[in-house]
Design a binder for this molecule. Structure first.
Ligand SMILES: [Zn+2]
Length: 357
């Protein structure tokens, strides 16, 4: 009896120290527009850096080479948080050099189709342009905003003017802070607003960065690299903030990806993205790519960190299956402890590295 009492006392003392997954699950999604897996996993490409069209020779040797090229580990120098904390404690996939596969499932390979796929869980073949069209598809954000347990606790902040259309703010009262006035770069502002959402204790937050795509289209490789480095730094700040707040700490899963990749060869193709089907539909949009599209721009990367991440699950995408962007919506709902099939049954199933229990 006395031994039992001691055991009970011991349990009472120990119990508060091990609240494995106390509190309600939270989810933070971050996207960086049009980021190539090549930079994520190989770091800066010396051939592009050495091309005068893409990096001003005046800053090449003084700034770009020492920062990103003549370093011990180019990928880690460019995105240290992704290759440090996230790859170490969570999951980072999409490295085609290592036989990994991550891709969009849509056949357009640009932003509206990509974000639609990520947020609604399936591609929509009728979306063939980046136009200001109210999306007829329902995003997992809109679905959650209409659930009593989540109402008023779901928000997004983004750089791009089309986000209100993609999540259809005409139909939902989901707060969307997007399309800032002024010209790019706007990620500094997006990050500041995103961190402000954490202070409001939302349960689901989506932060959408855009500078990477803008600088790539402009052919400015040095600023494209700097945008990736900044994005990585924002991820670190977001994660640190989550871990310093008892509302989020230990209960929040962070998921990071992009809406599409970019081209690879010939060398100038790194600037652009889109499929041949897109050019078939819009033959005058960029004549130099007619007939070939921009090969490889369907490829993406994905990263995840937090209590819903099951690291060993990532092995499925190393030399086997492909991870698709259309699986992110079901993954988010699963990470929140919900049954994704209640949202929709015709969407991509949760990724293998998201805990299904
Ligand atoms: Zn683009």
């Amino acid at each position: 009896m006395r031994r039992m009492l001691i055991a009970l006392l011991a349990l009472a003392v120990l119990a508060p120290l091990t609240p494995a997954r106390a509190g309600e699950p939270k989810f933070v999604l971050v996207t960086m527009d049009g980021v190539r897996w090549q930079e994520v996993f190989r770091g800066a490409d010396p051939a592009i850096v050495n091309d005068k069209r893409f990096v001003n020779p005046d800053i090449k040797d003084d700034v770009v080479n020492p920062a990103y090229v003549t370093v011990h580990d180019r990928a880690a120098a460019l995105m240290p948080f992704l290759h440090g904390k996230i790859a170490h404690d969570g999951v980072l996939i999409g490295n085609r050099d290592a036989g990994e596969c991550a891709s969009v499932a849509n056949d357009m390979w640009f932003s509206y189709p990509g974000y639609n796929e990520i947020l609604t869980g399936k591609p929509d073949p009728s979306i063939v342009e980046n136009d200001k069209i109210w999306n007829k598809n329902v995003s997992f954000l809109e679905y959650l905003q209409h659930q009593p347990a989540f109402h008023g606790k779901v928000e997004m902040v983004g750089t791009w003017t089309l986000f209100p259309y993609i999540v259809n703010t005409q139909r939902t009262d989901l707060p969307v802070n997007a399309g800032f006035h002024g010209s790019y770069p706007t990620d500094v502002k997006t990050a500041r607003e995103g961190l402000a959402l954490l202070s409001r204790h939302d349960r689901v937050i989506y932060v959408a960065f855009g500078d990477s795509d803008e600088f790539a289209h402009a052919g400015d490789y040095a600023h494209y690299l700097a945008a990736l480095e900044r994005g990585d730094e924002y991820l670190r700040e977001i994660w640190q903030r989550l871990q310093s707040d008892p509302f989020y700490k230990g209960q929040t899963t962070l998921f990071v990806s992009t809406d599409h990749g970019r081209g690879d060869k010939p060398i100038g193709y790194w600037r652009d993205h889109a499929s041949q089907r897109y050019f078939d539909i819009n033959p005058k949009s960029q004549p130099e790519y007619n007939g070939v599209g921009v090969p490889g721009s369907a490829n993406v990367f994905m990263a995840a960190l937090g209590p819903a991440v099951k690291r060993e699950g990532a092995a499925a995408y190393r030399g086997g299956a492909c991870a698709y962007s259309q699986q992110i919506a079901a993954s988010a709902l699963t990470a929140l402890g919900l049954d994704w099939r209640v949202f929709a049954t015709d969407i991509g199933e949760p990724l293998a590295f998201i805990d299904h229990e």
